[in-house]
Design a protein around this ligand. Structure first.
Ligand SMILES: NC(=O)c1ccc[n+]([C@@H]2O[C@H](COP(=O)([O-])OP(=O)(O)OC[C@H]3O[C@@H](n4cnc5c(N)ncnc54)[C@H](OP(=O)(O)O)[C@@H]3O)[C@@H](O)[C@H]2O)c1
Length: 349
């Protein structure tokens, strides 16, 4: 079996397709079933987060997984990604900090939620993640959002007096909070707690001050200063990446991960029934969802399809044997209408 991966400069390999775990409710049997089905099918990665409140349920399924999956031998080269053997992929878990204490088979991404945007908070969420997955290091940790939207209520779980949730803080420029958290992420990377680090939903105004801070520290000889390795954003054929953000990420070697590639819960029906999508799907004899995912992969984005239905979990992994030509890619790219489904991170100060 081979695996299609993005290889970071530190040798860490992120599989191009992860199972998205948002809305996989901890209390639902379908969550356990979808995760077990994904692992059995051959998914090598999951995208989770502290605020999805399901890591305590998903962690043990992943740590007990025996590694046996339906073989996918016909993995075609795709975009800038690399095809590696399963053995090479497993070996990459030794990068960059040496062999993990667990017998790791699955790459897991997690994210620090905005309730915990302090150095102590980042550490607390990391420890919780490691406990849930019975691991000594997290494969990829992201800062989930750039900050707190004006008018966001403090969640009950945050204690009721979290200073980050005051209206004053929500209205203020949250740049310093982001820089402080980013420095904590770097520090924890070097302590061996994280194998890779990045951000999510960071727009140019959020990203640039962090990049400038890293650049200045590098220039001053700080060998531990690091640029984010990933920016995970809402991205699909109807909601494509703004050019300025694309350039910033490319210039700094930041991998773009597409979320809501299928359109998310509110727009998936519109996306999978669009005539351009269904026409290309029929030509390649695949499901429309596969066309949307393959478009993102051929554009060079890693993807995180999410489903609570076993059969769709399988369908959404049927992505590796076909290639869309330039004409088909152009037709799909031309569908862009900058339509967001989720909150606009540009609103965060
Ligand atoms: N970083 C962030 O802030 C952020 C934000 C959003 C999402 N994410 C990540 O990205 C993942 C995916 O994004 P998403 O959950 O917004 O949306 P998505 O994967 O684009 O779409 C999920 C929706 O599509 C349906 N679906 C899945 N496969 C299908 C298929 N083959 N045919 C028809 N319908 C299908 C699902 O319904 P059923 O369950 O009924 O199949 C669900 O309603 C999340 O799970 C999460 O890991 C990250």
């Amino acid at each position: 079996m081979s695996v299609l991966v993005h290889e970071f400069s530190n040798g860490v390999m992120l599989p191009v397709v992860s199972l998205g775990c948002w809305c996989l409710e901890a209390k639902d049997e379908s969550t356990k079933s979808a995760v077990a089905m994904a692992l059995k099918t051959g998914y090598k990665a999951l995208d989770d987060a502290f605020c999805y409140e399901n890591e305590a349920v998903i962690g043990p399924i992943v740590s007990k997984f025996d590694g046996k999956a339906t073989a996918h031998t016909d993995v075609k080269e795709c975009g800038p990604f690399k095809v590696v053997s399963e053995e090479e992929f497993r070996k990459s878990f030794e990068k960059p900090h040496g062999k993990p204490r667990d017998d790791r088979k699955i790459f897991v991404t997690s994210k620090v939620w905005v309730t915990h945007f302090t150095p102590a908070g980042v550490r607390e969420q990391c420890e919780e993640h490691l406990k849930n997955f019975d691991r000594s290091s997290c494969d990829l940790m992201l800062l989930h959002w750039p900050g707190i939207h004006v008018g966001f209520d403090e969640p009950e779980s945050s204690g009721g007096s979290n200073p980050l949730f005051t209206l004053e803080n929500q209205k203020a420029d949250q740049t310093q909070t982001r820089i402080t958290c980013w420095r904590t992420m770097e520090q924890m990377y070097h302590e061996g707690k994280f194998r890779a680090i990045g951000v999510s939903n960071y727009m140019p105004k959020h990203l640039l001050p962090i990049l400038e801070d890293v650049k200045a520290r590098k220039a001053a000889g700080d060998l531990k200063a690091m640029y984010p390795m990933v920016n995970q954003i809402e991205l699909n054929v109807f909601c494509q990446i703004p050019q300025d953000l694309d350039k910033i990420c490319k210039d700094h070697g930041i991998l773009i991960t597409s979320y809501s590639t299928l359109g998310g819960v509110n727009s998936v029906a519109k996306h999978i029934t669009h005539p351009v999508v269904t026409k290309i799907a029929a030509k390649h004899n695949v499901k429309p969802a596969a066309v949307l995912l393959r478009w993102a992969m051929q554009m060079g984005y890693t993807v995180l399809p999410r489903s609570t239905k076993d059969e769709r979990v399988v369908d959404n992994f049927n992505l590796f044997h076909f290639n869309m030509d330039n004409e088909e890619m152009k037709e799909l790219t031309a569908l862009n209408s900058n339509e967001r489904n989720l909150m606009d991170p540009n609103e965060i100060n």
